[in-house]
Write a protein that binds this ligand. Structure first.
Ligand code: NAD
Length: 447
């Protein structure tokens, strides 16, 4: 089957490559000429496990090509997946739909009758219906469907080839059949298929992200209470997570969520619900957002207190720049937000990340970066663990203790083996843990 994938960012590149790997003929389209040149040469413009191999394989097979022309796309196929960005509007909390609208307006004059435009971007409920009306002005017999994307950066290829579910929002059996044809190999493998109306499909995506964001902020709120009460949030998280109705995933107290989805998606959802007169139903999302933002500030405050009350002139080694492990994406990265705040407070900060340094440098040019963990921590008065890359779990704490000025660790992500760090002489601290209060007051910095 022939399809186009419009917008070849994180979602579009992975979708295009994986659909070609499933056997489809795919044309990927983007307005970014540099990106299209790189993709056409079979080079992945982003770090994602397995993507390089799938891309090289499908490009060399001829099943995957790239272009900057929507007209070429409209001539090439009758099924078009829209994967462009839907960032937060610069003037408010709602989603900025200008990229989605531009694709519809660019495609419309060229679409062949019977074409299906399938949105994968995360959008406010009602967008598919609005775009269908927009298309109907200048096309014949074309439909809009919504097929929200659930891939997680860091495991995007795996998630696309083995999704936990596929959700499609359609207005006709024809559209449902087209999408069943696209995903036939996955359906044969038993992937659950949810076919519904476009509004429900749009809402499934934002409801899922809202639930996950709420889970993260819930445990971080508990960690604030634990700190106040002298209790241990990590034990609390494990103990409540052992209840199968709750589950332990997304229940780790720490620095909170970032990236290009959760923060803007919960804000856009709240804004859309407000427009629909249902704002009161999701008012809690504002609190979820506030708790999450507070984690960054609390990490900076705790760092300052661990350093005796002032950041000025102190050296800080930062482990991690990406917003999550497995990705080179630094959009709204909590790690870089903390690193920058520490630097603005007067500390000399050096950041390590195994994959995200190019993007980090472009986004935060004032910070110092290195690809070498010991260099990041050389002479450091404090080391912060801010992105949970698996390689940080393999660091030799004794070796690192030998290069720092002070073996003082703030593990804001969990995942480092605390006993072995302590055994190597490190003083280990975390948000929501009672020991930080004792340890900090021992240094005279606790309030
Ligand atoms: P991205 O910013 O990485 O990529 C968007 C791409 O669209 C860019 O390459 C841009 O050049 C291109 N583009 C913009 N306008 C265009 C136009 N008129 N024609 C062709 N291309 C155009 O975004 P992303 O992270 O891939 O996210 C895309 C959408 O998917 C968003 O709505 C996002 O919320 C959603 N989503 C993202 C993820 C994720 O993990 N990144 C997961 C699920 C859903």
């Amino acid at each position: 089957m022939r399809i186009t994938v419009i917008g070849t960012g994180y979602v579009g590149t992975v979708h295009a490559a994986c659909m070609a790997d499933l056997g489809h003929e795919v044309l990927g389209i983007d307005i970014d000429e540099e990106r299209i040149a790189s993709l056409s040469a079979g080079r992945a413009p982003l770090h994602e496990a397995g993507l390089g191999e799938v891309l090289a394989r499908t490009v060399s097979s001829g099943r995957l090509r790239f272009s900057t022309s929507l007209a070429e796309g409209a001539a090439f196929a009758r099924t078009h997946f829209v994967c462009v960005g839907t960032p937060q509007r610069p003037d408010g909390q709602a989603a900025d739909l200008r990229f989605v609208d531009a694709v519809i307006d660019g495609l419309a004059p060229h679409l062949r009758p019977g074409s299906l435009v399938v949105g994968k971007s995360t959008v406010p409920v009602g967008t598919a219906a609005r775009l269908a009306r927009r298309l109907a002005v200048s096309t014949r017999d074309c439909e809009v469907a919504w097929n929200p994307e659930f891939l997680r950066e860091g495991s995007a290829v795996q998630d696309t080839m083995h999704p936990e579910r596929i959700v499609v929002g359609v207005v006709s059996e024809r559209a449902d059949n087209v999408l069943r044809e696209v995903y036939r190999p996955l359906l044969r493998a038993g992937v659950p298929w949810f076919s519904t109306d476009p509004a429900t499909a749009e809402l499934v995506k934002v409801a899922a992200n809202s639930f996950l964001a709420t889970k993260v902020s819930f445990i971080n709120a508990m960690s604030e209470v634990c700190e106040a009460a002298g209790a241990d949030a990590t034990v609390l998280a494990r103990a409540i997570g052992a209840d199968s109705r709750i589950g332990d995933r997304f229940l780790e107290p720490g620095l909170g969520f970032g990236g290009s989805c959760f923060p803007k998606d919960i804000r856009a959802f709240a804004a859309r619900a407000e427009e629909l007169g249902a704002g009161a139903s999701v008012v809690f999302l504002h609190e979820v957002d506030r708790i999450n933002t507070r984690q960054r500030r609390r990490t900076v405050d705790l760092s300052r207190r661990l350093l005796g009350g002032s950041l000025a002139g102190r050296r800080v080694g930062v482990l991690g720049a990406a917003f999550k492990p497995g990705s080179d994406d630094v959009r709204d990265s909590p790690a870089l937000a903390v690193a920058s705040a520490l630097q603005e407070g007067g500390a000399a900060v050096r950041v390590h990340d195994p994959e995200a340094l190019d993007n980090a440098r472009a986004a935060h040019p004032a910070l110092a970066y290195t690809l070498d963990v010991p260099k990041a921590c050389e002479d450091a008065d404090l080391v912060l663990h801010l992105t949970r890359w698996p390689e940080y779990g393999r660091i030799d704490p004794a070796g690192l203790a030998a290069v720092v000025h002070e073996p003082l660790l703030l593990d804001a992500r969990g995942g480092l083996d605390e006993p072995s760090w302590r055994a190597a002489g490190w003083s280990v601290h975390a948000l929501g843990r009672p020991d930080r209060r004792t340890a900090v007051s021992a240094r005279g910095g606790a309030s």
